[in-house]
Design a protein around this ligand. Structure first.
Ligand SMILES: C[S@@+](CC[C@H](N)C(=O)[O-])C[C@H]1O[C@@H](n2cnc3c(N)ncnc32)[C@H](O)[C@@H]1O
Ligand code: SF4
Ligand code: SF4
Length: 329
């Protein structure tokens, strides 16, 4: 599902760039962690404990990094990226520095007003990914932000009405939200948005309380089957590959023995310019000294960025990218 800024004829261009990057063993997705600061208080991620003083060391410019990697997709993330008042300048300079790079942002959404979304869109952002793990008060509690779910559900249709072409929910599949997966998809479809699923890991801060458990295998497999069936009937809402979704139960069972390709197709750069292979590994070198990563023996997570890197390029993937969700009525 591409943003409305792009036409179907852009798809072969993006696919050519993808093939070119893979042939040269270069990352396809660059995650720019523009700040590690955050004003939520999640129990499953400790970024919000980053001291406010870290702001002084954050890079002002990310365009040289974007130019160096020149990937197909760049995601502004964090910490909470909307805390940066200069995010529009960062986005605009990255836009200017790259060609045929799709720009997205992951946000908790609490500070995302229609005006802010519009100014980021005008600066060149193509897609807004808003984290949403439940449709009820559990999401507010999990993030420590009262009223967050209502705020997101109120803002998304207004952002879409303002002409912003691509909004997705980023939903982490956990022990206690299997009942929410299909309702989240149906809500996204109603709002003209998409959903991108990922899987909970304790690799972020050691919190095991939301890990999917062995005895949930049957319920998990049933939930995944429902998502795949929905995808077959309505392409363009769920944006994960079929392969990623169908591999989730195997990861939960502990059956994934292949090395993790993190750092090969996706790479992270922290707010201070250090590169790391994935969000949960420590920073390695300054971006200027980066050299390609090799796959590693690690099975600590099944983030979409790991699982999609393991997914073969199939025709269904192309259909996923080209499909557009039904516009909201
Ligand atoms: C680290 S956050 C940064 C962006 C923003 N602060 C947010 O929460 O959307 C990026 C994504 O990681 C997800 N995430 C955080 N902790 C996680 C965990 N323990 N396991 C899986 N995903 C996690 C969040 O839900 C979010 O979609
Ligand atoms: S998941 Fe996002 S909102 Fe929650 S603490 Fe981490 S960075 Fe902040
Ligand atoms: S499995 Fe891969 S992406 Fe996940 S924590 Fe390990 S190295 Fe990082």
């Amino acid at each position: 599902m591409l943003s409305s800024r792009y036409k179907p004829w852009h798809v072969p261009l993006f696919m050519t760039k993808y093939a070119w990057l893979r042939m040269r063993r270069r990352p396809v997705l660059l995650n720019l962690e523009v700040t590690m600061r955050c004003n939520a208080s999640c129990g499953f991620c400790d970024y919000w404990k980053t001291p406010k003083s870290a702001k002084a060391d954050e890079l002002k410019e990310f365009s040289d990094i974007a130019r160096r990697f020149n990937p197909m997709m760049i995601t502004f993330t964090g910490g909470e990226p909307t805390l940066r008042r200069d995010l529009e300048d960062i986005v605009a300079s990255v836009r200017e520095a790259t060609h045929l790079s799709y720009l997205a942002m992951i946000t908790h959404g609490a500070m995302l007003t229609v005006d802010r979304a519009k100014s980021l869109w005008d600066a060149g952002l193509d897609q807004f990914n808003i984290s949403l793990d439940y449709l009820d008060g559990r999401h507010d509690d999990a993030r420590g932000i009262p009223g967050l779910t209502a705020k997101i559900l109120d803002t998304v249709p207004r952002i879409k009405a303002a002409g912003i072409g691509s909004v997705r929910f980023n939903t982490v599949i956990k022990d206690d939200n299997l009942d929410q997966l299909m309702p989240l998809v149906e809500t996204a479809a109603r709002l003209g948005a998409g959903v991108n699923f990922s899987v909970y890991t304790d690799a972020k801060n050691g919190n095991q309380s939301h890990l999917l458990r062995e005895e949930q295998q049957r319920a998990l497999s049933a939930a995944i089957e429902s998502l795949l069936a929905y995808k077959r009937a309505h392409r363009g809402v769920i944006t994960n590959s079929d392969h990623y979704l169908s591999e989730i139960p195997r990861w939960v069972r502990g059956g994934m023995t292949e090395p993790c390709p993190s750092g090969t197709t996706t790479v992270h750069v922290d707010p201070y310019g250090k590169v790391r292979r994935c969000p949960d590994f420590p920073p390695d070198v300054d971006w200027k000294q980066w050299s390609p990563y090799q796959p590693i023996a690690c099975d600590d997570c099944f983030y979409a960025c790991r699982g999609e890197a393991q997914a073969p390029m199939r025709w269904s993937r192309v259909l996923d990218v080209m499909a557009r969700p039904t516009p909201p009525s």
